[in-house]
Design a protein. Structure first.
Length: 115
């Protein structure tokens, strides 16, 4: 079976600014996605596909496995943030009352004195 979804009219976009790293991702226009939806879904099983409208990313199509990975990363990030916030709540609860009167410059001066 020929993969017609790799035809020259489909571009690759290496500059998706919302990601922390550059990712090679197939890019199609919304019109192309609509006209070749079956091929779009087949292609998304191999790699995520960016759908653009007027040159801007408007949607991503990805496989169920990729989605599970993204959701797992999101869940892990939420746990880490929750643990981080709990640590600081605990640290704040242990502060002595006089520590609350310190300004940022007082804290910075004290840190510099310890270096």
């Amino acid at each position: 079976m020929t993969d017609t979804f790799t035809a020259p009219c489909f571009a690759y976009n290496r500059h998706i600014s919302h990601f922390s790293q550059e990712i090679d991702m197939r890019t199609v226009t919304s019109v192309e996605a609509q006209n070749r939806f079956g091929e779009l879904i087949d292609s998304a099983q191999r790699e995520p596909v960016t759908i653009t409208r007027r040159g801007r990313p408007v949607a991503f199509v990805l496989s169920p496995e990729d989605m599970k990975e993204l959701l797992a990363v999101r869940e892990q990030r939420e746990r880490v943030v929750s643990d981080f916030e709990a640590f600081f709540r605990s640290a704040d609860a242990r502060l002595k009352p006089e520590a609350l009167d310190l300004s940022d410059s007082d804290v910075q001066r004290m840190v510099n004195e310890l270096r």
